[in-house]
Design a protein around this ligand. Structure first.
Ligand SMILES: [Zn+2]
Ligand SMILES: [Zn+2]
Length: 467
């Protein structure tokens, strides 16, 4: 081995391992301009770049790898009569005239991670998900990584035009434009109260739809006793289905809810329904007169438009006189709150039987004339009742004393031991207890005033004083 050879070996070794050989200094000098560019990628504030639309800002945006869409979006040019992409292509060609070395930059766009080039794919996925729905108000939501949003904002604010729209706004308007072209119906893209909210996951490019419920308002009359107001799950299986309920999961096969909302399920191709009513009546109580305000909620409806006149008669026909609804009209979620929170007076018609029992439970004669009975009951007109939570609901309500007013009491009729009258009471009055006294828990009461045992025969709601 000659001395020269030894030197060569040493140089190679040194260059590979430590980078301290003379050759390395030469290389660094050659690459100085490249290094300068790399430093710019770190947004060193020492370099003078004024934001787009200045040419230095636009050039910087090209240099760091902005796609045509983002260049058009943040490049500071007018977007009248051109697409983002067209605007971007124009800016790029101006920049390249002055900086031909920036011609073939191939980088992932730091402003959108190339999401704009996936717009067609996202739009077609959206369209195929939306296909089965009827809707006119659509809201788009984007799930984007936070670090992308942060760095996008930094670049846009510092090098782009400050007035330009941010990533989410721009994605939303590009996709909106695409799907408006692809959909046959008119769709409004909204920022609140959508019928459908489409969530676009920008990492997986998957689309998930949230279909908002459809709400219809009506008032129902319940013309038959023995119907619960809402679906009532089987007590044994809690709705899972068992032998006792014939695997229906229901304690009662039918309810006001099922009679008025089941026929709508099919019309709106909805998955399920709820009813939100102004108060409730017991299973054995009818609801007459103007009916009870209620909002029917249809969940995940594929259809939203229907002739509500026809639907009203369809429901009434299928309920066969057991339940009857007034004209259906469109409603919304805030009306649910209004209806549920309303504290409306109610009028009732109640019928009960009186008896005079001794301590052993033997029936004695009643020593009161009809006029005496009527005058004693009349004392309840305008009375304020103290009502301790009734025994029958004490398992689900806190034990406390309510004060409720009897606003009016009229049409008292006595027929032997059968007595009936009508009354108007404040919302939340326990009516049956006002008659029976519920073992002294309600005072005053008819039973207390007559000093007789009172048993309710039937009760009807005859008016709900609202709207
Ligand atoms: Zn981009
Ligand atoms: Zn069951």
């Amino acid at each position: 081995m000659t001395e020269d050879n030894i030197d060569d070996d040493w140089t190679n070794y040194s260059s590979a391992q430590y980078g301290t050989g003379e050759n390395n200094f030469e290389e660094e000098e050659i690459n100085e301009s490249q290094l300068l560019n790399d430093d710019l990628d770190f947004y060193d504030d020492n370099y003078e770049i004024s934001p787009a639309p200045s040419i230095s800002g636009q050039t910087h945006l090209v240099r760091i790898g902005c796609c045509d869409f983002c260049l058009g979006r943040v490049g500071g040019v007018s977007l009248a009569n051109k697409t983002l992409k067209q605007a971007g292509v124009e800016i790029r060609s101006e920049v390249l005239k002055l900086n031909p070395d920036l011609e073939n930059i191939e980088k992932v766009c730091p402003l959108c991670e190339d999401l704009f080039s996936e717009i067609d794919l996202i739009a077609s996925r959206l369209i195929s998900e939306l296909k089965e729905y009827e809707f006119s108000r659509l809201q788009l939501g984007f799930q984007l990584p936070n670090d992308l949003l942060e760095s996008e904002e930094y670049i846009r604010i510092n090098f782009g035009d400050k007035r330009s729209s941010n990533l989410k706004q721009a994605l939303s308007s590009e996709i909106s434009m695409k799907i408006r072209m692809l959909l046959e119906t008119d769709v409004e893209i909204v920022n609140e109260s959508p019928e459908i909210l489409a969530l676009i996951d920008c990492l997986t490019l998957s689309v998930k739809l949230e279909c908002r419920s459809l709400y219809l308002y009506t008032r129902y009359c319940k013309l038959e006793r023995g119907l619960p107001q809402t679906k009532w799950h089987c007590r044994t299986c809690k709705g899972r289905g068992c032998e006792k309920c014939d695997y229906t999961g229901l304690q009662y096969l039918e309810s006001v809810q099922s009679l008025i909302a089941d026929p709508l399920l099919e019309i709106f191709s909805a998955d399920s329904h709820s009813t939100h009513s102004m108060g409730r009546e017991d299973i054995d109580v009818r609801c007459l007169g103007n009916g009870r305000p209620t909002v029917i909620e249809l969940k995940n409806p594929k259809k939203r438009n229907a002739d509500l006149d026809k639907l009203t008669s369809l429901v009434n026909k299928s309920a066969k006189g057991r339940v009857e609804i007034k004209q259906l009209r469109n409603s919304n979620k805030s009306e649910v709150v209004r209806v549920k929170d309303a504290a409306a007076d109610k009028s009732y018609h109640i019928c009960f039987k009186v008896s005079n029992l001794d301590e052993e439970g033997n029936e004695l004669e009643i020593n009161l004339t009809d006029d005496e009975i009527i005058s004693k009951i009349s004392k309840l007109h305008g009375a304020e009742l103290n009502q301790r939570t009734p025994k029958r609901v004490s398992h689900r309500r806190a034990d406390k004393i309510r004060k409720r007013k009897i606003i009016d009491l009229f049409e008292i009729k006595v027929d032997g031991k059968i007595i009936e009258f009508k009354l108007r009471a404040q919302s939340g009055t326990y009516i049956k207890e006002m008659v029976t006294s519920d073992s002294g828990r309600t005072t005053p009461s008819v039973a207390e005033l007559l000093d007789l045992t009172c048993e309710v025969e039937w009760l009807d709601v005859i008016d709900i004083h609202s709207d």
